[in-house]
Design a protein around this ligand. Sequence first.
Ligand SMILES: [Zn+2]
Length: 397
Amino acid sequence: MAEFDGDLLMKNVFIYSDAFQGYRFSPEHPFNHLRVKLSFDLLQKGGFLREEDIRLPRMATDEEIALIHDWEYIDAVKRAGEGTLSKQEGMQFGLGTDDTPMFEGMHEASALLVGGTLTAVDYVLEGKAEHALNLGGGLHHGFSRKASGFCIYNDSSIAIKYIQKKYGLRVMYVDTDAHHGDGVQWSFYDDPNVCTVSIHETGRYLFPGTGAVNERGQGAGFGYSFNVPLDAFTEDESFLYAYRTLMQEVAAYFKPDVILTQNGADAHYHDPLTHLCSTIDIYREIPKIAHEIAHQYCNGRWIAVGGGGYDMWRVVPRAWSRVWLEMTGNRDVSGYLPPDWIEAWKGQAPVPLPLTWEDPPDMYQPIPRKKEIEEKNYLSLTKSLEIIRNNMKNLML
Ligand SMILES: [Zn+2]
């Protein structure tokens, strides 16, 4: 019976391949797609992932990658992966830096991550799934002719162009990575049919330095870019208040046809590269609100990708599992993690693995500047939403 109904009954698709791990700059590099496998395995061992929900990613074609990236750049990435790009040539494309070193097969590995996101897009927009998740994607710092911040090809930017071209839909892109979603924002900065929303740690001290409230878009795209920079040491309540308010007001204003969320998991207290102080709790709330918005405005059409996240043992697997748990109606899962997941990985983990879906209540000392931080964040949120709120006022007059 289940076999016969096949795709008709399928509501959610999980894109996965062990080959995602081919995207590896070096053994010491902080970006490690073993995270995707750890998350996948956690869901499987927890009994939350059925064989029939899993789909392999396809490779993105060169033409698809060229929807965003320059042909010269694609050629440079190919040559970098074949070992025939000189250091000097690489530098003008951001290839061969400390952040994005060259590695063997880097074009193919990057094209597979992009293809994973395009596979997710097609499942949802062909109506074969309601929601789709590609944890291999979310490489939001990739630029048209430049690699940046661990990102080579920008799968989200490519996916949005692909959606516009193939399906003619208006996309709301929501980026909750602790780093500003700069690559995607700049790709659509003058486009009123793509609304980009990014909530991140302020760029004052953190890569990539952009994402100020006054980055609102330009030309016809003015008023379709939203940024809420959060102060260092921001905690859950303030993060979630800003996120929830932003989501609700922007969605009501833009009325998207489809929503694409980037789910970087690096806002957590344990993350070694950022300075926010969230707990694992925000990663239950983030997809929950995205899910609600998708059903309220987009007929459920929701594509989710991964992103940053550099505590890959204690934080990322639990955080990323939450996206899938939300999609599949399992948001209330709590308590102990599957013991066989811990058993399987504890030998490789340099830190003790968490035992439960929640964080311990005493994970960090109280933040003394809490109130001041909350006020600053509130101000950023208010400023970011100025255009929408002024519009509303004018409509009412
Ligand atoms: Zn990040």
